[in-house]
Design a protein around this ligand. Sequence first.
Ligand code: SAH
Length: 252
Amino acid sequence: MVHFVGAGPGAPDLITLRGKTFLEQADVIIYAGSLVNPQLLSYAKEECQVYNSAHMTLEEVIAVMEQAEEEGKTTVRLHTGDPCIYGAIREQMDILDEKKIAYDSCPGVSSFCGAASALDLEYTLPEISQSVIITRMAGRTPVPPKESIESFAAHQATMVVFLSTGMLEELSQRLIAGGYKEDTPAAIVYKATWEDEKTFVCTVGTLAETARENQITKTALMIIGDAVKTSHYDRSKLYDPEFTTEFRKGTK
Ligand code: SAH
């Protein structure tokens, strides 16, 4: 059996209880060493075999899983944040299906949630934005043209940009071309929930400069939109004294 497990954004106590139990029981752990906090490996049994997938190809990862399976062992494939976001899990699962190796998935706290907590942010403020767009700039992995930054910017929703810290000049230009004002609030969150976490509130126009001044070149998320800074939003209906809900009678 292979368990795909979300490690959470960084802090070792932000893995789920289920994920931690899987780590404690695993005979083999293959962890995404470029981003998973190695402190999580302290939950593993002493005799557990540990592999860092940063040095491995897909084929090598699968070979380790296959070998473990032949020996009746349990494998944890540990991915950063939540595996469903830029986790490259589908390609592993498809091969496991072909090989008739059973697997399941355990969610994790994505770094976009860790980044919001680092800034004490609510992405979905009434009358400001009720949507979060999660996207990235094209890198070695292309982004379909219909998902251009410009087209998403047109929504003026809260936007969280992954995997793009080295392209902030271009990101700013494209956000502005898509309709954001240069002074729209933005933030850069570096290593959310890690001990060396850093947060910077800036604007769409100063993203690149902010990263440069603070030597942020990787492991960061960019958050765009008024939700980062506005003080003008509507309070929720859910907690409005006048408003009746399924659980509470309102005054009107
Ligand atoms: N599955 C992961 C994302 C993997 S893609 C998740 O759910 O978070 C890798 C990218 O995620 C990085 O380039 C960076 O943009 C972002 N990232 C991962 N961990 C981060 C953290 N702790 N703080 C800020 N960004 C992070």
